[in-house]
Design a protein around this ligand. Structure first.
Ligand SMILES: [Zn+2]
Ligand SMILES: [Zn+2]
Length: 318
């Protein structure tokens, strides 16, 4: 019985239930309550949350992946972008199965700058094919990471350009990973990406207000992760306070960067409300206002209507 309830909760992502034969909002509420009663999970009925960046395919979730997704739904996560960079080029479709199984989950494809040195022309061809998948709504995460330097910087830059080309041909916005490389990254975006007009997401933003504004100018949304909740991250909260609300997103980057109350533990999408609370406190808003605004920002940017399984924005751009 529990398995059936769990499967139904996970499968049906539409809050309104429109256009599907799935359970109504009331049904789901009672299913969630029932499920909560069984596992004692916390409900947060007022929040309507986006997790714009999570690695739900990662091995850290091998033991409890379904339960982790149920906790996300119970916490109010209505939309989730599953990042498909996976373990590297050995698995290029890592996020797609989740988006095929759950209509509240969307997928990306792309190779992380850490694994840039492993990417071959054959991989790029395969990525170009996967980018056509109807549940893939963005390309990434791609960019530059000069903190770890797992791949040589010139290789990271070449592969970043090559993947921008693939994304541009697929007419997909890009999800940018940038660490300690903001000037190079923004310069490359201005040269290679701005002309496409496709924009994207600056994920786990960690730079200055000036850099955030360079991103906005190119049509990027700015996404804040759990590190914005840390006591020493006042600089990030100041940036989050100064930017227009309609350009903000929130994310977990799970399993990394658990927000302050869970710091040091494995992160998961159910915790994204902590980022909403932090942004709300610096902007003098209620957490549910930040939650619904950021969810709406994501849905508007990607042209997703409530419960829509299709990448309508991408279709419009073609
Ligand atoms: Zn990243
Ligand atoms: Zn990531």
């Amino acid at each position: 019985m529990l398995r059936i309830i769990l499967r139904r909760i996970l499968r049906d992502g539409s809050r309104s239930g429109r256009g599907s034969n799935g359970p109504t909002k009331k049904d789901r509420h009672s299913m969630l309550c029932h499920y909560n009663g069984v596992i004692g999970a916390r409900t947060n009925a007022t929040m309507e949350l986006i997790d714009s960046h999570a690695h739900i395919d990662f091995p850290q979730f091998a033991e409890d992946r379904d339960a982790m997704l149920v906790r996300a739904r119970t916490a109010g996560v209505t939309t989730l972008l599953a990042i498909g960079s996976g373990p590297g080029p050995e698995k290029l479709d890592a996020a797609i199965p989740f988006a095929e199984q759950h209509d509240w989950i969307y997928a990306t494809v792309g190779t992380h700058p850490h694994e840039a040195k492993e990417l071959t022309p054959a991989h790029l061809e395969q990525l170009a094919k996967l980018a056509q998948h109807p549940r893939v709504i963005a390309y990434g995460e791609i960019g530059l990471d000069y903190f770890y330097d797992h791949s040589p910087r010139e290789v990271q830059q070449r592969v970043f350009r090559e993947q921008m080309d693939v994304a541009a041909r697929a007419k997909l916005p890009i999800v940018i990973h940038c660490r300690d490389a903001w000037t190079d990254c923004l310069d490359m975006l201005e040269k290679n990406w701005r002309p496409t007009g496709l924009g994207g997401i600056l994920h786990c933003f960690t730079s200055t207000l000036e850099d955030a504004r360079r991103g906005l100018d190119m049509g990027f949304l700015i996404s804040f992760a759990g590190n914005s909740t840390y006591p020493k991250a006042q600089n990030l909260r100041d940036v989050a306070k100064a930017l227009p609300l309609e350009n903000l997103l929130i994310e977990t980057d799970a399993p990394y960067l658990a927000p302050q109350p869970y710091r040091g533990k494995r992160n998961e999408p159910a915790y994204v409300g902590e980022v909403a609370k932090t942004l709300a406190s610096v902007r003098n808003l209620a957490a549910d206002e930040v939650a619904s605004a950021t969810t709406e920002n994501f849905r508007r940017f990607f042209g997703l209507t409530a419960g829509s399984p299709a990448k309508s924005a991408a279709a419009e751009r073609q």
